[in-house]
Write a protein that binds this ligand. Sequence first.
Ligand code: ATP
Ligand code: MG
Length: 570
Amino acid sequence: MKNLKLIVRKYALQNAVQFEGRADKKAVMGKIVAELKKEGVSPREILSLVDDIVKEVNKLPYEDQLKELEKLAPELIKKEKKEKKVALPELPDAERGKVVTRFPPEPNGYLHIGHAKAAIIDHEYARMYDGKFILRFDDTNPENEDIIFYDAQREDLRWLGIEWDHEYNTSDNLGRHYQFALQLINQGNAYVCTCHPEEIRKNRFRGIECKCRKRDVDENKELWERMQSDLPQGKAILRLKGNMKSENTAMRDPTLFRIVEAEHPIHGDNYRVWPTYDFAGAVEDSIGGVTHPFRTKEYELRDEVYFYILDKLGLRKPYLMEFSRLDIEGMPVSKRLIKPLIEEGKVEGYDDIRLPTLRALKRRGIQPEAIKQFVLSQGISKVESKITFDQIEAINRKIIDPVAKRYFFVSNPVKVIVENAPEIEKDLKLHPTEDIGYRRIKTKNIFYISKDDANKYKVKDKVRLKDLYNIEITRVNNVIHSKFIGKELIPGVDKIQWVTDEHVETLILKPNPLFKNGKYNEKSLERIRGYAETAVKSVNIGGILQFERFGFVKIEKKEKEKIIGVFIHK
Ligand code: ATP
Ligand code: MG
């Protein structure tokens, strides 16, 4: 029996490691029938054992599955090193075909990589369980929403490779929200508060009930009506009757509805009373049929409010889950932080390559697949930690490295004249290991190398012009004079990139961290000028290439005599 368990476990682990961390019971059965015969066991006898073990294995993170398999049966690990696929852990209380998740952006800005984290996790779980994924625009702050962002956010999600099964706007359900509000008022669970906002704040802080709390139902109903007709903004709110003495300050009679007189991009001035996030979020998750809503951890204290509201309304309670907010060193991963940067002109717009918006990342050559892999590798941990952007770059590099064509580029060019230079015409490979073709180069006696390289050498030094030949430096003034000293590789001699007299002027925009030690980094956008070999002219706009020893670059613009590119990463 012990032996049997081990066999099942081995194959369950193998199957899990092969399929993104999730073993399939049938597949595992299929693998072990042969071994079972040897043991004299019929498959029927072990169905439930396999079931149990598969479940156990599926609960483990991919990392642990792989580790255990390495220990237990290294021979079952596929030799060709598979790209490590990461999978999310199982959802609690989840049934195949019945899981419903949602991504609820507010259409008040362009999506950033933090939103991508939420959207990818929500979407991935729906797919993992053959469930349903809803895109819900949480558009209940008419002052902030803008019609352009509904489309912009849809576009950003599609770029990430996310499709949704259903879409709707929270604002379209306002009629129902009003009915629920009335229900709470009638039940004595909500009251209209007409105190001054400052007083409300103070009372909340001190845990003191105000006189409004004692209003009777009829009075509350009348004021609720008046909130919708003539009470001015800021003069009345609808509050939940929670517990003003609660340890959890979120429960101290939170606001459910407030008056907002701004025009809504879809509903115009049809409504002047709008639900808060506490109310709309809970109600929509419930009536929208969401089974597993995710929020960022900062809302944890508000969970009690969420369930309290649903409880009083007699509505179904979803399985609310939390993960940490994504935060990146030196980057503003929040609409609230991005907006002022744009308004103050510190960045050029929503797609400024220093920003973590999806538009900026796209412009910068970060692949949607890299974002997905990164998000899944981070998982749904609640531990708050700042990541560094180079973690995303490392994943992106693996994706673009095999397909990016290699060219020479020299920044801040310095002229090199070579005495006795042979004239050479030859083809150089576009990639050191992949078979993606050649570019033809022709050389005479004039070259340019980058200033950084030029500064390293002095008279009598030998260097190799990469893929060409060796030179020895003879004299240095504003140009470097040198002589040809042979084609054979000389061990220990530096190989440097070069371009010839025929080159194309190139400007590269390089993003650096926007913030350093919490302060705006004045040098966050570098402009690097240089020459690239002429073959680069044939790369399309949007094309990704690698300038050897410089970094990966995305071609952004091609002017008559100049190419403009964006630095992706080293
Ligand atoms: P912001 O600070 O950017 O304004 P937000 O939470 O107000 O963020 P929403 O449009 O309301 O923006 O967010 C939609 C969803 O995306 C929410 O479920 C939210 O929790 C999630 N989300 C937003 N920012 C992040 C982040 N940095 N990390 C993880 N999830 C995030
Ligand atoms: Mg929000």
